[in-house]
Design a protein around this ligand. Structure first.
Ligand SMILES: *[C@@H]1O[C@H](CO)[C@@H](O)[C@H](O)[C@H]1NC(C)=O
Ligand SMILES: *[C@@H]1O[C@H](CO)[C@@H](O)[C@H](O)[C@H]1NC(C)=O
Ligand SMILES: *[C@@H]1O[C@H](CO)[C@@H](O)[C@H](O)[C@H]1NC(C)=O
Ligand SMILES: *[C@@H]1O[C@H](CO)[C@@H](O)[C@H](O)[C@H]1NC(C)=O
Ligand SMILES: *[C@@H]1O[C@H](CO)[C@@H](O)[C@H](O)[C@H]1NC(C)=O
Length: 334
């Protein structure tokens, strides 16, 4: 297999106008793919995250649907740009009294990323707005199983609809599988590597909606609901997205996963594949510049041993994989 490099830039790879695209014939989960990526000397390092998996099993985790209706219908807004935007920002250190910001979850073998990416940013924002008084871990389970308009459960859903559910129906608390809160996640964490302590990921079905909290939880389902005041989609503009995060906390982002993303280990991701696996949803919690390359700092929901301790960085300012074009957020009611 031949690596096709469209540009021969002498200075640094990232300044090239055209990116290197690896042959779509290379098995994306093979050692060959990892080696090809690493030999590009690109802005990130590849490794084996999903050893023993098929690419279809990974595609299943990418459960974001794009709203086919006009995006303006959901209220794509312009955000007022802050007079000072720092060169680097990390919500974990900006709001250390909000533990949800540094909480990495595991969606298991279910295409529920849209519920995770949404519940995560909602939790952070609820804490931030209350100055740390309301520390919550909101429940992806509640959104995944009880939001009727959100789409197809474990087969994918809409971020915008998840936020609307928060505004209209509220979201109860709930953490990891077997965890705390009103409705912890019903699907067990699974091994996003083949060699690890957890059971292998299997194809999960959407859990049934339960309108009650787990036994011995101190509140009723309705008492435990936390609401959004509003929700909106932000225009694809870096300084506006940054200003939104500075003011109100992390945002939910949807983007297109290309097959090489499965191998991300560290550095600033940019795609070198043109094979798409589907839409994925994540939480953007900051930004920075690494060896001259601007990036977004992002939390994934594939457990802490995926990628860079559960996080990844992705190129900022070029709408990499469409990430700047699908930013959703909202203001909590509390
Ligand atoms: C993907 O990239 C290969 C080169 O590696 C090219 O031959 C092919 O046409 C591209 N496919 C698409 C859909 O862009
Ligand atoms: C990558 O870097 C190595 C070592 O610096 C060098 O030998 C190799 O030619 C570089 N490859 C590319 C594609 O630039
Ligand atoms: C998980 O999958 C890997 C790779 O297919 C296989 O080697 C391993 O035996 C599986 N583990 C379990 C517990 O089924
Ligand atoms: C979840 O709880 C059940 C029942 O208490 C226990 O058997 C199981 O090992 C727990 N699983 C995890 C991943 O904590
Ligand atoms: C982003 O939005 C700001 C504020 O409206 C505007 O001044 C700036 O030109 C926009 N940037 C781009 C790249 O469009």
């Amino acid at each position: 297999m031949k690596i096709i490099i469209f540009c021969a830039c002498l200075i640094t790879f990232v300044l090239c106008q055209k990116r290197a695209i690896l042959s779509p014939d290379i098995d994306p989960l093979s050692d060959l793919m990892v080696n090809k990526i690493n030999s590009l000397n690109t802005t990130w390092k590849a490794g084996k995250n999903f050893d023993g998996y098929t690419i279809d099993e990974i595609a299943k985790l990418c459960g974001v649907k794009r709203l086919e209706r006009s995006s303006d219908e959901f209220g794509r807004i312009e955000v007022e740009v802050e007079p000072y935007i720092p060169k680097t920002f990390d919500a974990r250190s900006a709001w250390p009294h909000c533990p949800s910001i540094s909480f990495i979850r595991d969606q298991g073998g279910c295409g529920s990323c849209w519920a995770f990416g949404s519940a995560e940013a909602m939790s952070d924002r609820t804490c931030i707005k209350s100055n740390g008084r309301v520390k919550v871990i909101l429940s992806p389970e509640d959104i995944l199983s009880c939001c009727i308009d959100c789409g197809y459960g474990c087969n994918g859903g809409y971020i915008e609809a998840a936020y609307q559910y928060w505004v209209e129906e509220g979201v109860v608390t709930g953490g990891l599988f077997n965890g705390t809160g009103c409705k912890p996640y019903k699907i067990a964490p699974c091994e996003h590597h083949a060699i690890g302590p957890r059971p292998n990921c299997t194809d999960e079905i959407t859990p049934a909606c339960e309108v009650q909290c787990q036994s011995n939880y101190r509140k009723t389902y309705l008492e435990d609901k936390h609401y959004g005041l509003n929700s909106y989609k932000i225009v694809a503009n870096v300084s506006q997205i940054q200003s939104e995060i500075l003011r109100n906390g992390p945002v939910t982002a949807g983007y297109i996963v290309y097959s090489d993303f499965a191998n991300y280990k560290s550095g600033v991701y940019q795609r070198h594949s043109n094979v798409t696996l589907g839409g994925h949803a994540v939480r953007i919690l900051g930004w920075g510049i690494e060896t001259g390359v601007p990036y977004w700092l992002v939390a994934n929901s594939w457990n802490t041993d995926w990628g860079d301790k559960g996080y990844f960085k992705i190129r900022r300012g070029v709408n990499e994989c469409g990430i700047e074009d699908h930013i959703v957020a909202g203001i909590p009611k509390n």
